[in-house]
Every structure is written in structure tokens, then in C-alpha cells.
Design a protein around this ligand. Structure first.
Ligand SMILES: C[S@@+](CC[C@H](N)C(=O)[O-])C[C@H]1O[C@@H](n2cnc3c(N)ncnc32)[C@H](O)[C@@H]1O
Ligand code: SF4
Length: 387
């Protein structure tokens, strides 16, 4: 289950997530009524599933994302988790994560989350360098992050940090400082994303006006390589292109996305994935509330993906993983599980090995596993395997 919380205290200039800083949008869509509307939505979804003959499936992972879920009080976040339990069911050993901004949680809140059944918190650190944080419009002080992680760990929560590299004005030394700081904090899991200048954001306008430089591919590639080296040295292994973990601390929820599992997303703009059907909710919190309050599902549209698009999706996501792709699953005559690469892909795979983009030993076993260079060129590999 994915549960979206569309509120933030401040809108970061680079972010185009479905989030809002006006917290009072009217009945049902305001911060104070949010969980009530979500409850109505989830019950409508459950009724629709029952009516369609879909048996209840307890959630094995729950992820509260945003926005900033920790803009809501702990009692609301606990209420959201209880809703999942009551309406869909929750596996006894489910992974339950919430995203958090460093300045929206304190020691009590983190202890409360653990008590309510959360198992994991993902903290938006982004950088340890004040001038980089300023360009990103982040409001927290670098010192707040180690404190939050300590509180979370003391409460028994697994911890993850989000980092961003390639921010305009960030030097290699700045990035090294952020990586060293993250390693020093010692979370169980780390994500590092290259800054994307999303069209329509404030940062996009600043870049277009020439007030900020365009991020450079070579700089981002060098920073990725630095991240992988520093994190590996500190005992974190990559398990997806942008994600590193101590052994056993990989995020199960993210793996579910990459491995093409089913998930249901609730809340404004949330996406869902059931077999070959993709669905998405009405985006604006007020429109979402009006739908749900009127007794209608919040689903705004859906698409049934054909076999070709599904294979492309699976390659695009699967190739990002450490275990890579089973080449026998890709169209052709070999057949899933045969361990054999379909004949039409044999020269393609040989070319990718020769270019240093996939590992030769894995390729011999019928799997495509990216090398470090391949991780920087995953789109090229996807195109080659699906072209
Ligand atoms: C919903 S936010 C995490 C929770 C919280 N709102 C926060 O920012 O701390 C998800 C993550 O997406 C990443 N992100 C958002 N916009 C991005 C962009 N344009 N480029 C790269 N990463 C981005 C950030 O690292 C952020 O931590
Ligand atoms: S990065 Fe996080 S805090 Fe910043 S606007 Fe996006 S969701 Fe909100």
C-alpha cells in the first residue's frame, strides 16, 4: 500500500511532487480532516474490490509518502496504519515506512511511530552543506539529521537517508562532505538521486533565466561514482541504481515497485498497479475529497498495458536492480526460467558486455547485471534489450 500525504511546510524549488503548502483547503481536504477522507476512500476501494470478486490481500509493505507525511500528528499517521489493518489487513512482519523531513519530527514523535507499528523512517537529508541546502530551499540545519536518526534508532526504527547530488554550486568536495556526513550518521539505508530539473518548478525557471547553471552529466556521473565508492567502503551495497543498504536493510516496498508486484495507492494523485492495469487518482486534494465525499472512487483514469509495454516496463525497472534481469524472460523462444538467452538477444548481450555495460559472468548465466559504467547508462542498456 502507498498512502500519499500532499502537504509540506515549504515547497522546495526543485520538487514537482503532488504537494501543497496551503493546509486549509476546505472540508475534507485540510490537514485536520485528511485521515477521515482517506478512510472513506479506502472503504470505497475495498467495496469495489469485493464487488469485483477480488479477494482481500493483506499488505506486506506500507509506505507513507508525500509531500511530508510527518506534517500530520503521530495519531493521524497511526490512524492511517490502523486503516490499512482494518480495511485490507496487514502481514505480521510487514515493513511500514514513513518519509519525514528532519524538522517535522522529534524524539517523541519517532517513539510514537514505532509504538504504532511503523518499522522504518526515511529522512530527507539531501546534503550536509549549508549553501547546497539553501539552493534546494531546505529549511533544516545539517545538525538536525544525525539527531533525528539517533532518536529513530533508539525508538527501534530502521533508518534511511535521502541525498541529492548535482545541485547547482555543489562542488565535488561538497558532495564528499555530504557522503562522509551520511556515513558518519550511519543509517541502515541510503538513497542518492541526481537532481532533476523538473519542468515548471521554480528551479527550472531559475535555470531558464540563467540564474542557476544547468547540471552537467559528467559532474553527476563523477558524483555517482564517488557515492558508490564511499558507500561501498562504509559497508553499504548497491541493490538498485540509486539505493544502497547494509545487508538485510533493503527497502522491501521499493523492491515491490521494481519487481512488478501489485500495489494500491490511496490519496490525491496516488497511482496503483494491479497486474497489467495501471490506475491513478484525481490529483488535487479538494477534487479528490469531493469525489470521495460523493461516494465515488477517487480513480481518475486507468490504462491496460499491452504485453510489449509491460515487457519494456519490466526491463526498465528490473535492469536497475543488483540481481539484474533474467534474459530468458525477454520475448523470444528460450522461455522463462530456461536460463537461456533468446537467440535474437545473443549479439546484443555480447555487444553490451564488450562495451563494459553488463557483467560478463552474469551474462554467461543468462542474466543482465549492470556494471558501474552500465549503471550510468541504464537507459542505453534498456533500449538495446528492448529495441
Ligand atoms: C517526498 S520527498 C521525501 C520526504 C520529504 N518531503 C523531504 O523532502 O524530506 C522524496 C524525495 O525525493 C527526492 N526528490 C524530490 N524531487 C527531486 C528532484 N527534482 N530531483 C531529485 N530528487 C528529488 C528528494 O531526495 C526527496 O527526499
Ligand atoms: S522535496 Fe519533500 S519537502 Fe520539499 S517540496 Fe518536495 S515533498 Fe515537500
Amino acid at each position: 500500500m502507498y498512502l500519499h500525504v500532499p502537504y509540506c511546510r515549504v515547497r522546495c524549488g526543485y520538487c514537482d511532487f503532488n504537494t501543497y503548502t496551503n493546509l486549509s483547503m476546505g472540508a475534507g481536504a485540510s490537514v485536520g480532516d485528511y485521515v477521515g477522507t482517506l478512510a472513506t476512500e479506502m472503504r470505497l476501494v475495498r467495496s469495489a474490490m469485493d464487488a469485483a470478486g477480488l479477494p482481500p490481500r493483506p499488505a506486506s509493505t506500507v509506505f507513507l509518502g508525500g509531500g511530508t507525511p510527518t506534517m500530520l500528528p503521530v495519531s493521524d499517521l497511526a490512524g492511517m496504519l490502523n486503516l490499512v489493518r482494518d480495511v485490507f489487513g496487514l502481514d505480521g512482519d510487514a515493513e511500514v515506512t514513513t518519509e519525514a523531513n528532519p524538522d517535522t519530527v522529534d524524539e517523541r514523535a519517532l517513539a510514537g511511530l514505532a509504538e504504532a507499528g511503523f518499522t522504518r523512517v526515511s529522512v530527507g537529508m539531501q546534503s550536509a552543506v549549508p549553501h547546497v541546502l539553501r539552493v534546494l530551499d531546505r529549511t533544516h540545519s545539517p545538525q538536525r539529521v544525525p539527531q533525528v536518526v539517533r532518536w529513530a534508532a533508539r525508538a527501534g526504527l530502521a533508518t534511511s537517508l535521502d541525498l541529492i547530488y548535482g545541485t547547482p554550486g555543489e562542488s565535488m568536495e561538497d558532495w564528499r562532505r555530504s557522503l562522509d556526513a551520511a556515513v558518519e550518521i550511519g543509517p541502515d539505508h541510503l538513497s542518492a538521486y541526481a537532481l532533476v530539473i523538473e519542468e515548471g518548478t521554480r528551479m527550472w525557471a531559475q535555470v531558464r533565466r540563467g540564474e542557476l547553471p544547468v547540471p552537467e552529466d559528467d559532474d553527476e556521473a563523477a558524483k555517482y561514482e564517488m557515492a558508490d565508492a564511499v558507500l561501498a567502503q562504509a559497508g553499504y551495497s548497491w541493490y538498485e541504481i540509486s539505493n544502497w543498504a547494509r545487508p538485510g536493510s533493503e527497502c522491501r516496498h521499493n523492491q515491490a515497485y521494481w519487481l512488478d508486484w501489485d500495489w494500491w495507492g490511496a490519496g490525491p494523485g496516488a497511482h496503483s498497479h494491479l497486474g497489467d492495469v495501471r490506475l491513478w487518482n484525481v490529483k488535487h486534494p479538494l477534487a479528490w475529497t469531493n469525489r470521495v465525499a460523493g461516494g465515488r472512487l477517487a480513480v481518475d483514469g486507468h490504462e491496460v498495458v499491452d504485453a510489449g509495454s509491460r515487457e519494456l516496463e519490466q526491463v526498465m525497472l528490473g535492469i536497475r536492480l543488483r540481481e539484474g534481469l533474467d534474459l530468458a524472460n525477454l520475448g523470444g523462444s528460450a522461455g522463462p526460467g530456461s536460463g537461456r538467452t533468446p537467440a535474437h538477444l545473443v549479439p546484443v548481450v555480447a555487444g553490451l558486455v564488450a562495451d563494459g555495460l553488463i557483467e560478463p559472468s552474469a551474462a554467461m548465466r543468462g542474466r543482465a547485471v549492470l556494471t558501474l559504467r552500465g549503471r550510468l547508462m541504464a537507459d542505453t542498456v534498456t533500449r538495446a534489450l528492448t529495441g
